[in-house]
Structures are given as C-alpha cells and as structure tokens.
Write a new protein. Structure first.
Length: 488
C-alpha cells in the first residue's frame, strides 16, 4: 500500500453542498478538508462511506444552554450534555446565549457563560448576547467593544415581563448595532396582547397548557414583526426574526424583503412538525409541547415550508430550551400549575437535523441541497462563520455522514440531553447521521461518543455580510421623506 497522503479519507460517499450533489472522496489533513475527488490517495485512517451521504455538520444558530431564565430557572442541560446531544444529531457548531438580566453587567455575563462553555462544550460554539437592561453603558461602551471582540449578534425580547425591551430602547439597540456592524436577533411578539389574553383566560378558569397557544394570539406575532421591521427600515439596520410560527408572520417578512428591507428570519422544527392539538393532553402533560411563540396549525406549517422554499425564511434552528417535567423545570410552581406558570421551551438540538432530513430528503420536500443550505450553509453565511457550513477545500472538516436508509423511532430514552423527554417521541424517521466529525476528529461513531468536554472551540465573528446596513439610511435622511431622521 502506498504512503498515506491524508490523515483521513472519507471514501466512496456522495457529497452534498447547498448547490451540488456529487460522488467524491474527501481528503482531510489536520482539521481541514484539503481534497475532494475520485480515487484520492490513501489516508492514515479511512472511513468507508459507500451508500452514505457526506454532508457538512449542522450549525444550530439558536440554542439555550445552561442559561439562567429571568424567572431564576436554569435549563436542564449543561454545555456537556447539550453539545453531546447536538453531536449525536449531526450538529457540530452551535450559537447559544449569554443572557444579561436586569442589573447585570454584560461583560461579566459573557465571561461567565464563556467559562461554562470552555469547560464543557464538545462542539464549536459562539454566543448571541441577550440584552435585557439597556443602559447607557451597554449602548455606548459594551456593544461597540464586544462586537469588535467578535461577539457580533445581539438578542432582544419584545415580550416576557422581565426581559422585554420597550420600543425606544429597541431603537437605541438597533442604532448601536448599526454603528458597530452587529446583527440584532429578536423574539418578536406583542407583549400587551399576550398579557391581556393571559389575564382574561386565567380569570375565566382556562388554565391548562392548551390555552397557552390561545394566549399568544396569532396577531401578536405579525404586529410585532411589522413594528420591528419599521424600526429596522427607519435605521437601515439588519435584523434576524427568531422562530417564525404563523402564516401571517411569514407574509409580513416576505413583503418587507420584497421592499429591500434587510430582514432575515428563521423557523424551528416544532413549527413545521407540531400543532396546538399536541398540547391537548390530560392534566399538565401538554406542558412538554409548550414553547413561545406556540406551535400553531397545519396551515401554518404549509406556509412556513413555502416561505423556506421561497427564501423568505433562511434558517431552521432548534430553539433548544430544555426544562424537565419536574420541580426543577416545568413544574416548579407545583404539580398543577396554570399555563402561565410553566416554563416555555422544548429540547431540540438532537432531533433538528433528523426530523428535517426525513421530511426534506427521505420524503423529498425541497431536497438534499436545500436541507444543507437551511441547516448549515446559510447559518454559516448569515452569522459569519467563514470556515463552516460546506464541504469544500479549506473548510473545517466538520462532517456528518448520513445513512439515508437507517430507520429510527424517536424515544425519550434515546436522547442525550437532560430534558427527560422529546416532544417528537414515537415518530419514525428515515435517515440518521451515523458518523460525525469535528475538525477532522471522529466525535460520534454509531452509539459511541469520542468527544471530551472542552474540545469545542469558541468562534469569534466579525459583523459580516448580514450585519452590514445597505446604505438605505441615505434615503431615510432625505428631508422630503423623513425630516426627523435628518436631525439624528
Ligand atoms: O419557548 C421558548 N422558545 N423558550 C426559550 C426562550 C425563547 O423565547 O427563545
Ligand atoms: Zn424566543
Ligand atoms: Zn430561544
């Protein structure tokens, strides 16, 4: 046998990128893909990928890991368990959150979360900075400095009692982000509508989890999107709208993008595969399916698939937010809480890709290249992770090798996170990532996990393409159009 040319060769598989599907061997040296082609030279190690699909590892751009909620709850997972579960599901990079609450110093928050990730992460990670307390210091000092250091996305909530940022402060954040070239990600729902609905429902005795979707009226989403987009347009500041759940919300985004507003948007598997009927269970069982915004209807699912197809929505992220069905999580207020007392969120890092693969590749909806685009290439481009998101020479060798024929029935017991359940239990899926590589090292091999806590690496990011304003503010400054902006 000839001397090895590569450290590792993945041989005989079908490679897919967001634009092409082709037969090729993949040659890896160190952490990097260095060759693609037929009959590559020998590797020190070889993986036989005959009959398999060789895809870039998934990038999950929205996951809550070891995060403290405003109510004082911490997610069920640690970085170790969350990122292990991600790897078993074919995901090799994650963007999670450093969450500031009222009175907290943003830089200290970031230092603390970074320390947790550094200790536990099995896959590469970056942070969105959640700002809840929009002080002058945050605007004038923290945002400019942290964006320069590589933390180039900020997350804001328009709802939740202790997190929400009022309109004027939201404008301050958008203006600071424009200056610093950061992307602003937003949980956009109308707080007033939700609070009013919650009170009316509880007053009338409608307390079960199934009333949670009723309280988050559909209009609360489209109203908040419309208002947020107006702010984005006023300041010519790009935004990312998180977790789109309704047909009307997707339509608002389509119309704005059509006008050239720099609005990006994601949806999540729960909005593509679950409906509000899933919450209609005896007792508080429906709490497992509670997230915000809530899951909606099959008609919304169809609209979201269409919006993904058209490019109105560019990403499918998990919004992994695991809380156990016990006193540490969903049942913290006791065994019979009202829906308002139940923590929102569900686990999803591990099942995001298999659910989408089954729908998009095995069942044929939108196809393999679109699957790669939505789950890996687009998040890398939008959030500026230049070495991630594709199988190409020079890229990090983050690779998931999929057995497209493997059938798996999802169950609570098989999950590697600590939520204790998956809202997708019982679904039979076709296609599963059987071998997963992080920067050239085999992390997952069947049921075996080879990763070590702390091997994941912090990814610092420039503002990037998505964060750059388009220059439309010049038009907004035209006194004939908007005299006020001229005075800013
Ligand atoms: O219900 C959810 N999604 N919980 C996590 C926090 C958020 O709103 O993204
Ligand atoms: Zn959210
Ligand atoms: Zn979230």
């Amino acid at each position: 046998m000839s001397d090895p040319v590569y450290d590792l060769v993945i041989r005989g598989g079908t490679v897919a990128t967001s634009s092409d599907v082709f037969a090729a061997d993949v040659g890896i040296s160190g952490e990097t893909i260095v060759a693609l082609g037929k009959n590559l030279g020998a590797g020190k190690k070889e993986i036989d990928a005959t009959g398999k699909l060789v895809l870039p590892g998934g990038i999950d751009a929205h996951a809550h890991i070891e995060q403290l909620s405003a109510a004082g709850l911490v997610n069920a997972d640690t970085f170790e368990t969350a990122t292990t579960s991600a790897a078993f599901g074919g995901t090799t990079s994650v963007i999670c959150f450093a969450a500031q609450h009222i009175g907290m110093d943003v830089r200290k928050v970031l230092t603390d979360y970074t320390a947790l990730a550094k200790r536990g992460a099995m896959i590469d990670y970056a942070f969105h900075i959640i700002v809840a307390d929009v002080t002058d210091k945050v605007i004038a000092e923290d945002i400019p400095a942290l964006v320069k250091e590589g933390y180039s996305s900020i997350k804001i909530f328009m709802t939740y009692d202790l997190l929400r940022v009022h309109d004027e402060k939201l404008l301050d954040i958008l203006a600071a982000a424009r200056e610093a070239k950061a992307l602003v990600c937003v949980h956009a729902e109308n707080h007033g509508i939700i609070s009013w609905m919650v009170k009316r429902l509880l007053d009338k005795g409608y307390t079960a989890p199934k009333y949670h979707p009723v309280s988050h009226a559909r209009l609360s989403e489209s109203e908040a999107f419309t208002r947020l987009i107006a702010f984005s347009e006023l300041l010519d500041q790009p935004i990312m709208i998180f977790h789109v759940s309704t047909r009307e919300g997707a339509a608002v985004i389509r119309e704005a993008r059509g006008r050239g507003v720099k609005v990006f948007a994601e949806t999540c598997p729960q909005y593509l595969f679950l409906t509000m009927e899933d919450l209609d269970k005896p007792g508080v069982e429906g709490a497992k399916w509670m997230c915000s915004p809530p899951v909606r209807t099959t008609d919304d699912q169809e609209a979201l698939w269409r919006a993904l197809d058209l490019g109105d929505l560019q990403l499918v992220s998990s919004d992994h937010a695991p809380y156990r069905m016990d006193e540490t999580g969903k049942l913290r207020a006791g065994p019979n809480p009202t829906f308002k007392q139940i923590a929102n969120g569900m686990p999803g890092l591990e099942v995001r890709l298999p659910l989408l693969f089954d729908a998009m590749v095995s069942k044929g909806r939108l196809g393999l290249s679109k699957f790669v685009e939505l789950t890996s290439t687009a998040p890398a481009q939008i959030y500026n992770l230049p070495n991630k998101g594709s199988i190409a020479i020079g890229m990090d060798a983050d690779i998931a090798i999929w057995d497209p024929l493997k059938k798996v029935t999802l169950s609570d017991a098989m999950m590697h996170d600590l939520a204790g359940f998956t809202p997708f239990a019982g679904r039979e899926l076709t296609g599963w990532p059987t071998t997963v590589l992080l920067r050239g090292s085999v992390l997952v091999e069947g049921d075996t996990f080879n990763g070590k806590p702390g091997e994941g690496r912090l990814m610092l990011r420039d503002g990037g393409k998505a964060a750059a304003p388009s220059g439309r503010l010049a038009a907004e400054m035209d006194p004939a159009r908007n005299f006020g902006a001229k005075l800013l």
